[in-house]
Design a protein around this ligand. Sequence first.
Ligand code: 23J
Ligand code: MN
Length: 261
Amino acid sequence: MSNVLTQLADELASGSVRVIDLTQPLGPETPVIGLPPQFAPSPGVTFDEISRYDDHGPAWYWNTLTMGEHTGTHFDAPIHWITGRDLPDNACDTIPPSKLIGPACVIDKSRESEADHDYLLTPTCIEQWEAEHGRIPIGAWVLLRSDWNKRVGADSFINADDNGPHSPGPTKEAAELLAHDRKVLGFGTETIGTDAGQAGTFDPPFPNHTIMHGAGKFGLASLCNLDLLPPTGAIVIAAPLKLVGGSGSPLRVLALRLGQE
Ligand code: 23J
Ligand code: MN
């Protein structure tokens, strides 16, 4: 019998559907977000060896892993932000699994982000993208391509000066359009967080976190390979660890796309 899933299996096997890895490597070199010094910092990745085919475990190798929930390529759950703290099903373990997969809309602002490191995605930009590619469907991941993942080294990725970090992100109005009007699953970026580098100075501070999570929407940060996705037509699989009460989680983000286009 042929159906959409048998056809998917065939096309995955033949390579006519490709799997694109949207995930950065996760290790001690993974940069972590820098917040103003009055706030508690989030620890980066530490591997502590439990055993390595030695006296601690003669036939096995394994590590203890320590890190903040929001490290590297990671998922933001609504409970992460105060605006989402009382919503139903707002944590990593209670989000329904049907929300962990959805179509991708990729908005390419790589040139704009290179020309202006504080580039902000506005409702006008989103509507221009829709005029070309069609309306963002309900339940989509909207992914902002900035090519930020192509920056070499943590300093260039975080891109801080005396005024703090500089990287692109959405305006408050863009987040409102996506969350309330387009009813997206969430918003994803290639930068260290889903808000712009300077968003701590915005009104409200961190408007994307404030609005998206207040509306029960998700975030994906430190994605890569968005340049390998078409503007529409790819499917994103983004399933965080089922951390009990977890506010977010590192994860492997995969996209399915047609190969020949
Ligand atoms: C805490 C405070 C501000 C921000 C963040 C976390 C993140 O970006 C995050 O990883 O969720 S902007
Ligand atoms: Mn986060």
